[in-house]
Design a protein around this ligand. Structure first.
Ligand code: NAI
Length: 343
């Protein structure tokens, strides 16, 4: 029996509770040694405690330093600040690791094996924004300030380069817009090139590409890329694009990693359009749980979970609607649990 591992569990909003329950069923079948401390955040936090990030949730993660988190709703335009962004800031989760791997063969883009490494704390994402009222229009002008630092860029690029070496990636591509945002994204590019030259030269191939060209190249020939490393907002957009190459948002997990804490989640959001219908694809957050198992040095359990998902999709042909199948969340989970039990 493995040593128990205390971990915070945030089921989240929308489809969150449905896909988190499905993931717990798979983890129970694996006898994963997590001891969960269940907490709330996002809209659930507002409704139950009047706070999108209650103190009890923060205290729990301060204690466990490890969390599995369902998606959290953030109102667009006005309203409260994203609890996801606040969690990343609070625990200094500076690296967002988002792998995309083809599991179902024969799709429009086959054999994709890509990873996006996104800077998680800086850039245009920090939300330093303001309106300037003119002539009675309170929203006449909108402004946003982006901040990238040499230290923050270096920390993230170093994480990406080490990750590339540890996982045998052959090529790393720095994605930027330094032709236009010469300072804001130029500092990221410059830091990456300098770091590679001084510390990593020859350990893998380094390439650079401008974000708009990168988007086009990803659609025309995604196989030319191996690992993409980029600033916060570009990483946010590119990881959804890359999710589309492997069957959609139901297939891509994410890990938010800091020096001494980690939060695992799906790339997708709370999917309010399908919440409560029992049709959500739970695979993205299950793959996030597999990343969490790897992070906790339980690679055998991670491997069994990934193999179970693969076999359920490809041997049993049990798939949710977003993957062209007819199964609901519960039917998929039942088939997966049975695969895991027999593995
Ligand atoms: P979304 O990712 O929730 O949904 C986009 C589309 O993908 C929808 O049509 C949805 O039904 C579909 N989809 C997403 N996950 C799916 C799954 N597991 N199975 C089947 N279909 C799935 O993005 P949207 O609608 O822009 O955002 C909804 C809310 O989620 C917003 O409040 C947003 O702020 C929040 N959000 C939270 C994130 C997080 O907690 N990390 C990440 C992204 C968005």
């Amino acid at each position: 029996m493995s040593t128990p591992i205390p971990a915070t569990l945030i089921p989240g909003d929308g489809i969150g509770p449905e896909i988190v329950d499905a993931t717990l069923a798979a983890l129970d079948a694996l006898q994963a040694p997590f001891v969960w401390d269940r907490q709330i955040a996002g809209m659930g936090g507002i409704q139950a405690a009047g706070d999108p990030l209650p103190k009890a949730t923060l205290d729990s993660i301060r204690r466990t330093r490890l969390a599995l988190k369902g998606p959290l709703e953030t109102p667009s335009g006005g309203g409260y600040r994203s609890s996801n962004v606040r969690l990343r800031e609070e625990f200094q989760l500076y690296a967002n690791l988002r792998p995309a791997l083809t599991i179902i063969p024969g799709g429009r883009f086959d054999k994709i094996d890509l990873v996006v490494v996104r800077e998680n704390l800086e850039g245009l994402y920090i939300g330093h924004e303001a309106y300037i009222p003119i002539d009675g229009d309170p929203h006449a002008v909108a402004m946003a300030t982006g901040i990238n630092t040499r230290a923050g860029s270096r920390r993230l690029l170093e994480f990406a380069f080490e990750q590339a070496i540890a996982t045998g990636r052959k090529k790393v591509t720095i994605v930027h817009k330094a032709n236009i945002m010469k300072a804001l994204t130029g500092i990221f590019l410059e830091t990456g090139l300098d770091l590679y030259e001084k510390k990593y030269k020859g350990k893998f191939e380094l390439d650079t590409v401008i974000i708009d060209a990168c988007a086009m190249k990803l659609v025309l020939n995604p196989w030319q890329f191996d690992m993409l490393v980029t600033t916060n907002l570009f990483g946010d957009i590119l990881s959804d694009l890359v999710a589309g190459l492997v069957g959609g948002l139901g297939m891509t997990p994410g890990a938010n990693i800091g020096a001494d804490a980690a939060i695992f989640e799906a790339v997708h959001g709370s999917a309010p359009d399908i919440a409560g219908k029992g049709i959500a694809n739970p695979i993205a957050i299950m793959l996030a749980a597999a990343m969490m198992l790897d992070h906790c040095k339980l690679p055998d359990l991670a491997k069994r979970l990934r193999r179970g998902i693969d076999d359920t999709l490809n041997l049993d042909q049990v798939r949710t609607g977003d993957l062209g199948g007819k199964a609901g969340t519960a039917e998929f989970t039942k088939a997966l649990v049975s695969r895991i039990m027999n593995s």
